[in-house]
Design a protein around this ligand. Structure first.
Ligand SMILES: [Zn+2]
Ligand SMILES: [Zn+2]
Length: 77
């Protein structure tokens, strides 16, 4: 639990999905409380910390890897 956590997040706490990822199933993570929640807003109802809605390996990283791949091909590696 975080410093400003007052336990409200426990009411919205989400269980880990079986087949799909947490973010894919619409769950959001509060880094301050350290919990995944089923919550519609962008801010934690508990500590008002900004919720994370996508994994860190997002589209940007995918793009970066594609560019790297293309470069490798042009260099004949
Ligand atoms: Zn909390
Ligand atoms: Zn929180």
């Amino acid at each position: 639990m975080g410093i400003s956590c007052n336990g409200i997040c426990q009411r919205y706490r989400a269980r880990k999905p079986v087949s799909i990822g947490r973010y894919a199933s619409g769950q959001k993570r509060c880094n301050s409380c350290g919990v995944f929640m089923n919550w519609d807003g962008s801010w934690c109802p508990c500590c008002n910390y900004r919720l994370r809605q996508s994994p860190c390996s997002g589209k940007y990283k995918e793009k970066y890897l594609q560019i790297k791949k293309k470069k490798a091909i042009s260099f004949g590696l």
